[in-house]
Design a binder for this molecule. Structure first.
Ligand code: NAD
Length: 472
């Protein structure tokens, strides 16, 4: 049992005396593997004071020096890839190979990308007789979820530190362990005291104190739309900047001239990756009505290539869901969809054979899903794909845009230009055309109730910058 008994505040591990422990449960075994302290509002106050004190010197630190510290952190994290990947798999269940490549690989790449960006980014520009200066916004409160626990943290923290901000992080209470490792790494590479601070705890306690705190200049939140709305409401009292990265119900439009086998393979992979617990997952596959049966046949074959099992088994492509709550929620959505008239093409709500312990759900494909029904509108956050027929291109776009979300999406077709045209009509922050790869430098974020922030690359850096004009 890995017991964490301290917060990281002002460059030191501060004993969280008298704070109740929050258990971290391995979703494959349903057994506790660690505990972290449940922070209280006064712990947030101490961390914010440390971040405030550290801000002037860090903001004035030359960009190349900030870059060097980010690069050193990336190197130090990379060395510990195997250990951190195992840590993440044990707290939220993702397959170990995926954990190494993505859950740790992405944070390493993102830390380096911000170091590189600092080498070329122009903080000062000239517009006519004005000198336009971009300067760090100040103390940032970062609140993150459990599905990509380290990546979501680094997407905020690397950008904020690159900008010259100081940070108080509240990671997810479900998967908080890699945040402790990150604090160790920052300490090891010599990040000045108070620049990065870590307080663990529950959202309504630690998260809300960060959101309301008068000395926090900005809150950067990633998580559910419901919690994001609450953060925005609480933060309104101080008119601080709020950047929200929220849920999604993304659509993958397969056009009538698409290579169906390729499209289905890519679409199914996108939906089932990380056990379907990806905010950008294409959970609705929209297919031409006249090719619907053909697609279902292909989907059956493609979905069969996602064995469910323990994260540490080499053959596993879908691990357990991250926790009991998530498990109950996903099973409930499958049963509800069936009650609403959907058919089960693959999978279903009964547990996979031989996996009695652990929060395992069969990768599930639903047919006969009606646009407007709950499973078509709401984020399930599990390995559940709805295949939906459309009449024509306009109908496909209308269905794709017909939810309160607007995070991501995909278009697949034989004619790239036509696919781009359809992609332009989608009211979402990101669209992959014909399987376009994830780009860690491209702006990442949503429209509508998927949020308002942008992370990664230059757009991610600029979230943490204020703009000032000096008229000369
Ligand atoms: P969640 O909203 O339950 O929790 C996210 C974080 O917010 C946690 O740290 C939690 O403690 C905190 N929190 C909860 N209530 C709060 C409150 N009242 N005030 C302040 N903080 C509060 O989300 P989750 O279950 O951890 O993560 C899954 C959700 O995150 C999904 O909806 C998913 O789509 C979303 N997500 C979005 C993105 C994106 O970039 N758009 C990325 C990953 C995950």
């Amino acid at each position: 049992m890995n017991t964490k008994d301290s917060f990281f505040i002002g460059g030191a591990w501060v004993l969280a005396a008298g704070r109740a422990p929050i258990e971290v449960v391995d979703p494959a075994t349903e057994q506790p593997v660690a505990s972290v302290p449940a922070g209280q509002p006064e712990d947030v106050d101490a961390a914010v004071a440390a971040a405030r004190a550290a801000f002037p010197a860090w903001a004035a630190t030359p960009a190349p020096d900030r870059a060097a510290l980010l690069r050193a952190t990336a190197d130090a994290l990379e060395i510990r890839t195997d250990e951190v990947a195992l840590q993440i798999s044990s707290e939220m269940g993702t397959p170990l190979a995926f954990s190494k490549a993505v859950q740790v690989g992405n944070p390493v790449r993102v830390l380096r990308s911000y170091a590189d960006l600092l080498d070329r980014y122009e903080f000062d520009t000239q517009i006519g007789n004005s000198l336009v200066i971009k300067e760090p916004i100040g103390v940032v409160g970062a609140i993150t979820p459990w599905n990509y626990p380290l990546h979501q943290v680094v997407a905020k923290v690397a950008a904020a530190l690159a900008a010259g901000c100081t940070v108080v992080l509240k990671p997810s209470e479900v998967a908080p362990l890699s945040a402790f490792t990150l604090a160790e790494l920052f300490d090891q590479v010599g990040l000045p005291a108070g620049v990065f601070n870590l307080v663990t705890g529950l959202g309504p306690v630690v998260g809300e104190r960060l959101a309301e705190h008068p000395d926090v200049d900005m809150v950067s939140f990633t998580g559910s739309t419901a919690a994001g709305k609450r953060v925005m409401a609480v933060a309104a009292g101080t008119v601080k900047k709020v950047a929200l990265e929220l849920g999604g119900k993304s659509a993958f439009i397969v056009l009538d001239d698409a290579d169906l086998a390729k499209a289905v393979k890519i679409g199914v992979a996108n939906c089932f990756i990380n056990g379907g617990q990806t905010c950008t997952a294409w959970t609705r596959m929209l297919v031409p009505a006249e090719r619907y049966d053909e697609v279902l046949e292909l989907v059956r074959g493609a979905a069969g290539k996602y064995p469910v099992g323990p994260p540490t088994d080499e053959g596993t492509r879908v691990g357990p869901l991250a926790n009991a709550t998530q498990y109950q929620k996903v099973i409930g959505y499958i049963d509800q969809a069936v009650a609403d008239g959907a058919s089960v093409v693959v999978g279903g709500s009964q547990p996979p054979e031989g996996l009695g312990t652990g929060y395992y759900v069969r990768p599930t494909v639903l047919g006969d899903v009606v646009p407007g029904s709950r499973v078509e509108q709401e984020e399930v956050f599990g390995p559940v794909l709805a295949v939906i027929p459309y009449a024509d291109e306009d109908d496909a776009v209308a269905i794709a845009n017909g939810t309160p979300y607007g995070l991501s999406g995909g278009v697949f077709g034989g004619d790239q230009e036509r696919a781009v045209r359809v992609g332009r009509r989608m009211r979402t922050g990101m669209v992959d055309i014909n399987g376009g790869r994830f780009n860690p430098l491209a702006p990442f974020g949503g429209y509508k109730q998927s949020g308002n922030g942008r992370e990664l690359g230059e757009y991610g850096l600029e979230e943490f910058l204020e703009v000032k004009s000096l008229q000369l």
